[in-house]
Design a protein around this ligand. Structure first.
Ligand code: SF4
Ligand code: FES
Length: 363
């Protein structure tokens, strides 16, 4: 294999504790208990190693990362190592004083998640009454502190009709960027797929609304749009390719090629407490398993897109077929694609609306 390029960014999932219980949470079903979380010193070492490896950015995520009382220390460590720092937060559980401390430690950007444009649906999805007002206050605090803000909206069948209101809200809050991300179905979201899956007609409507908003809000708001895989003709380049651009550290120190990698049964992941990050990135079996193109089956192996989408998503291939080494079923060339579309159409038509909430022990 040719020399392994350095990653761009580290996603530091510092805790799985969170006041919210979103049914599409990207955390694994087996949430990490607080007692297993890495100590401050281990996180600081891992962050310094990420910088040594060539990472440029660290995204502090969770759960809710501010649940860790030492977050300021971790941000300061990342800043000292020369990394750009971003906080990915629910906006619940912290105030202006905490944000000031984080900014003093070097925090440069905040990405704030919303479950909808209003409290009714948003609080039902997040499973937390009163969350919406706290999120609006958090956005105001971020902007008053002069930090750039990205508003993140995860969209699905139960809230996508509010897309125009979500974008208007992002503008009103002074966000520079809005991320409209359709649910990706692994882990908790896979469990709740029947309650979340949009129909193709809804998706087309949403895509048209995004195109219209991009024109209308040009120069005011940048809109990122992640389409749902189930109706795609070709898959996304998940994580920019396995082990190519990103790495993720779980609360207890397991180093993963993507946030959902632990959903793939039978794979073992090294822990940064036992092995250096540099060593894991370059030499671990898990990172090398689906790196590059040598592992690919047909039709990927002879496809001219294989170095564009890198065969799509390994976690989705596993979730749908039970084999992470198959072509992503989101690809129209995959033998499993028809099955995927069939599931989407059937579940969207059935219209279930009950959630299994993300909680310790519920997975
Ligand atoms: Fe991508 Fe493989 Fe589909 Fe080609 S066959 S478009 S490489 S997933
Ligand atoms: Fe794991 Fe796509 S989410 S490879």
């Amino acid at each position: 294999m040719s020399a392994v390029e350095p990653p761009l960014a580290l996603l530091a999932e510092v805790t799985h504790r969170c006041p919210l219980q979103c049914p599409y949470c990207s955390n694994p079903l087996a949430l990490e208990r607080p007692a297993n979380e890495m100590a401050t010193a281990d996180w600081l070492r891992a962050i310094a190693e990420a910088a040594e490896l060539g990472c440029l950015q660290v995204h502090f995520s969770g759960g809710e990362p501010t649940a860790r009382r030492d977050l300021e220390q971790l941000v300061a460590g990342a800043t000292a190592a020369g990394l750009y720092t971003n906080l990915i937060t629910s906006g619940v559980g912290w105030d202006a004083r905490r944000l000031t401390a984080l900014i003093e430690a070097g925090l440069e950007h905040v990405q704030l998640s919303f479950q909808d444009s209003g409290a009714d649906i948003g609080e039902r999805i997040g499973g937390y009454q009163g969350a919406h007002a706290k999120k609006l206050a958090a956005a105001k605090t971020v902007r008053e502190a002069g930090l750039p803000l990205t508003a993140n909206f995860v969209v699905h069948r139960q809230n996508l009709h509010h897309l125009p209101e979500m974008l208007d809200m992002a503008v009103t809050l002074g966000a520079h960027r809005a991320e409209i991300a359709n649910v990706q179905y692994y882990g908790w979201a896979l469990k709740n797929r029947a309650a979340l899956m949009p129909s193709r007609a809804q998706l087309d409507e949403m895509t048209a609304a995004v195109a219209e908003a991009r024109k209308r809000l040009e120069g005011i708001l940048v809109i990122d749009y992640v389409v749902p895989d189930y109706y795609a003709r070709r898959p996304k380049s998940c994580m920019g390719g396995w082990g190519r651009r990103f790495l993720n550290i779980s609360p207890s120190g397991r180093v993963l090629p993507c946030h959902a990698a632990e959903s793939i049964e039978g794979m073992a992941f090294d822990n940064v407490r036992q092995r250096s990050l540099v060593d894991i990135w370059r030499g671990s079996e898990a990172f090398n398993r689906f790196r590059g193109t040598a592992w690919m089956p047909e039709p990927c192996r002879s496809c001219d897109r294989k170095e564009i989408d890198w065969g799509g998503c390994r976690c989705q291939a596993f979730a749908i077929t039970g084999d992470a080494a198959r072509t992503d079923p989101a690809c129209g060339l995959s033998d499993d694609h028809a099955r995927l579309v069939d599931v989407a159409v059937t579940e969207a038509d059935a219209g279930a609306d009950g959630f299994i909430y993300r909680r310790y022990g519920a997975g």
